[in-house]
Write a protein that binds this ligand. Structure first.
Ligand SMILES: *Cc1c(COP(=O)(O)O)cnc(C)c1O
Length: 368
């Protein structure tokens, strides 16, 4: 069993993906070829955002968003410590300071009730992460941002395809940034990402920053990056879009089924709650257990791969720790980091595999 089954997905889409790759090889426009604009139009339509700008990775998407908002030295960005390092890394790369706010103990997303206390005159933006595929509490976050005149950049690397009150992730705040890393809900076969906004000026700024700050060829009106997504990767994502709606529905169903099976097993597992007003795409199907190391070892013995997202919150990472935010602060992030584990998840996971996984999990917990 694989943790994420990309092979079955490729076999289901082989004809279309192969044809699209061949088309790029035939026309030879490897950089900014026609598939780039085609994908941007398709993704803008899918999310409902006015603009989509593809970029070279999810990390680059976050950095470009911060640069386009003029965020840099002397500024602070409020975010969660319970995320992949790229979230805080890009804030530091932009020259600003990440300010961590603790998560809610249930869904592990940033707790909006704690955000206002973290705002200072230096704050410029809030960067919530829609962790595991569930959109953060965007109405509350957007309202705080509006009151204090802050930007909101959704780190939607794990939530592309998720919905919040009928709106799509990436179109629930001023800027949405996602990743097409192969294991994300919509992945390519290398690195890729995209930015979303409905603000024309911001979209223009992000397009320019993506290509070295050029407003026209060899006119560099601002400092930028080499941040384009290549044509081949755009072609691959276009191929994957052909069954993406089915995959979203499938992931939601698999998530519901995991929850039912785990509850029925009676195993001592804490499930992550999904709010009634949103649909989760389960980038990771993550649960919380006691004695995690023993559970993971027992599952491994039974041939079931797992992962931990994430074992150490960013305020406890050597590169990001700071005396302003001691290791024992942010108790919900610390508690989640000690207990979370992710089970195999991909749209092609079968019911039989799910049963095997939950039976093994239940056995491991009884034995542990
Ligand atoms: C994957 C991920 C990123 C980075 O995306 P890349 O495409 O790998 O650069 C950023 N934030 C979160 C929450 C992620 O899961």
């Amino acid at each position: 069993m694989q943790f994420i089954d990309l092979k079955s997905q490729y076999h289901a889409l082989k004809t279309s993906i192969d044809a699209r790759i061949q088309k790029v090889l035939d026309h030879g426009q490897y950089i900014m070829g026609p598939e780039v604009a085609e994908l941007e139009a398709a993704l803008a339509q899918l999310t409902g955002a006015k603009h989509c700008i593809t970029v070279s990775s999810g990390t680059e998407a976050l950095l470009i968003a911060l640069m386009a908002e003029g965020i840099g030295a002397g500024h602070e960005v409020i975010t969660t410590p319970f995320t992949f390092a790229a979230t805080a890394e890009t804030i530091v790369l932009a020259g600003a300071k990440p300010v961590y706010v603790d998560i809610k103990p249930g869904d592990c997303n940033i707790d909006p009730a704690l955000i206002e206390a973290a705002i200072t005159p230096a704050t410029r933006a809030i960067m919530p992460v829609s962790l595991y595929g569930q959109v953060a509490d965007m109405d509350e976050i957007n309202a705080i941002a509006a009151k204090h005149n802050l930007s909101v950049i959704e780190d939607a690397a794990q939530s592309f395809g998720a919905t919040y009150k009928g709106r799509k992730s990436c179109n629930v705040s001023k800027i949405g940034a996602t990743s097409f890393f192969p294991s994300k809900p919509l992945g390519c076969y290398g690195d890729g990402g995209a930015l979303f906004t409905s603000d024309d000026a911001l979209a223009q700024a992000m397009r320019e920053i993506r290509v070295h700050g050029q407003s026209q060829r060899y006119t560099h009106t601002r400092v930028g990056v080499g941040g384009r997504m290549d044509t081949l990767q755009c072609a691959i994502v276009l191929g994957k879009l052909e069954r993406f709606e089915w995959e979203i529905a499938q992931r939601k169903q698999l998530g519901d089924r995991y929850a039912e099976l785990i509850k029925a097993s009676g195993a001592p597992v804490d499930l992550l709650p999904v709010a009634d007003d949103r649909d989760c795409v389960w980038a990771q199907y993550t649960v919380k257990v006691e004695d995690r190391a023993a559970v993971i070892a027992a599952l491994k013995e039974q041939g079931i791969p797992t992962a931990v997202h994430y074992p150490r919150p960013l305020h406890r990472q050597p590169a990001y720790e700071s005396p302003d935010c001691p290791a024992d602060s942010l108790p919900h992030s610390n508690a989640a980091a000690a207990r979370v584990m992710s089970l195999p998840m991909s749209a092609d996971l079968t019911e039989i595999q799910q049963l095997q996984i939950v039976e093994a999990l239940s056995r491991a917990l009884r034995g542990a």
